[in-house]
Design a protein around this ligand. Structure first.
Ligand code: NAP
Length: 340
């Protein structure tokens, strides 16, 4: 009987893979079983990433999936689903950081992601891995779909009001800003240093970013909608962090005090969500390098509020949340390895 769970990281050489290693190396109940890379198989981790981590990198096909308890999939969407299937067949649990299992409807996946789903038979067993909404279902899951980074910030920022049916207007304007690591490690013109540095630019505005589908799916699961989003993401010239600003109009019977009580009540026992006191505003500095989501509520005029929600895209928006999910799946204390 081993005293630590063994974990495998598929796609360990990307930004989320590196962040997982950073967290899991300090996790008291986990040890690294294997790390994979597409381009650097055969080399050692510290040869390809500026860090002291000395793990051999192996190709995905050689990963001993049956020799670990949990596999984290840090792959591009489309590539991830078949590896998730193999992981489950090998008897390990899978936590997928890609978008492959986030949308419950395969037709919606095909519409938003532009290709057929590679493992649609697994969609009914996948659990959307946002612990604040689905904690009990995550505990028993074999396959967890780790939420997207923008959706984590937006859903957590809106959920208490949405759950309680407080919104008068069902079209919600969301304005999000992300650090550049959100786009992954592969170079592109959009994330080239000279394009991003000393710049601040919107992209995929309105109704075209793929994360819109995931956010609407979850908000509409409340049954108080239907909601639709007008979503404008922006690229910030920083490495990490997401700040989402949401503009909401509430029903007449929602006083300022009721709004505060709604948020403070819903998040009272959440280890990683903090609702700031009136007058304070959420910022990236509140959350950088942590698994926290920090939310501020600002009254504008009667019935109109601005909600700001900040997370670190690589931690609560990806790898930290994935470890939070692993802790739940394996019956560990939820904060294990994540308080720093
Ligand atoms: N970055 C974020 O903030 C964030 C947040 C939430 C979710 N996500 C999602 O998490 C996933 C990983 O994101 P990331 O930012 O870590 O991406 P990334 O930096 O681009 O890394 C991707 C990883 O996948 C490997 N890979 C790529 N294509 C492969 C293939 N065909 N077969 C096997 N391995 C392959 C790469 O290996 P080599 O480079 O070594 O070849 C690398 O290790 C994506 O689906 C992304 O959408 C990212």
């Amino acid at each position: 009987m081993r005293d630590k769970v063994r974990v495998g990281i598929i796609g360990a050489t990307g930004y989320t893979g590196y962040e997982l290693l950073r967290i899991l190396r300090r996790h008291p109940a986990a040890e690294i079983g294997f790390c994979t890379s597409e381009s650097y198989a055969g080399q050692r981790y510290r040869e390809v990433f500026a860090c002291p981590y000395d793990y051999p990198l192996i190709a995905v096909e050689e990963a001993p999936l049956g020799e670990v308890d949990v596999v984290f999939l840090c792959l591009p969407h489309g590539v991830s689903a078949p590896v998730a299937r193999r992981t489950l067949e090998a008897g390990a649990r899978a936590i997928d950081l890609s978008a492959d299992f986030r949308l419950r409807d395969p037709a919606a996946y095909e519409r938003w992601y532009g290709h057929k789903h590679e493992a649609p038979e697994l969609l009914p067993v996948a659990v959307y891995g946002l612990p604040e909404l689905y904690r009990e279902r995550i505990r028993g899951a074999q396959l967890v779909a780790n939420p997207g980074c923008y959706p984590t910030s937006v859903i957590l920022g809106l959920w208490p009001l949405v759950r309680d049916g407080a919104l008068e207007r069902k079209t919600i304007i969301v304005d999000s800003k992300s650090g550049v690591s959100g786009a992954g490690r592969g170079a592109s013109l959009k994330t080239h240093f000279v394009e991003v540095n000393e710049n601040f630019a919107p992209y995929s505005v309105g109704y075209s970013h793929r994360h819109v589908s995931e956010m609407e799916q979850e908000l509409n699961a409340s049954g108080t909608g239907p909601y639709e989003l007008t979503f404008s993401p922006h690229l910030l010239p920083v490495n990490r962090g997401i700040l989402s600003t949401m503009y909401v109009w509430l029903r007449e019977d929602w006083s300022a005090q009721r709004v505060r009580e709604c948020y403070e009540g819903f998040y009272a026992n959440e280890p990683f969500v903090e609702v700031l006191p009136l007058g304070q505003l959420a910022s990236l500095a509140h959350v950088a390098n942590t698994n926290r989501c920090v939310i501020s509520i600002s009254p504008v005029r009667a019935g109109h509020y601005i909600i700001c929600s900040a997370i670190d895209n690589l931690v609560k928006g990806a790898s930290g949340q994935a470890v939070q999910n692993m802790n739940l799946m394996l019956g560990f204390e939820e904060r294990l390895g994540l308080e720093y």
